[in-house]
Design a protein. Structure first.
Length: 79
């Protein structure tokens, strides 16, 4: 079970949480951007993975609880 969750999280964050669902993320994120939000995805949005749209919605819904680095990444991409 842990391995499955870990693989799902890595799969989601490897493509920068699948932000290809929004035009500004069509190119995907950089490795640094992925790393900036990975802990927040694991901590807050684990149940949303691997559905990229749900992960994005989860991050947005939990914006007040996100790390400063992840908030900066979202802001840089218009989220």
């Amino acid at each position: 079970m842990k391995r499955t969750i870990r693989l799902a999280i890595l799969g989601v964050t490897a493509g920068w949480v699948g932000f290809a669902t929004t035009p500004s993320f069509a190119q995907g994120g950089t490795p640094a951007e992925n790393a900036a939000c990975r802990p927040d995805v694991v901590r807050l949005c684990r149940n949303a993975a691997p559905d990229s749209g749900r992960v994005l919605a989860c991050l947005q819904a939990n914006r007040g609880r996100l790390s400063k680095t992840c908030i900066r990444v979202l802001a840089a991409h218009g989220q």
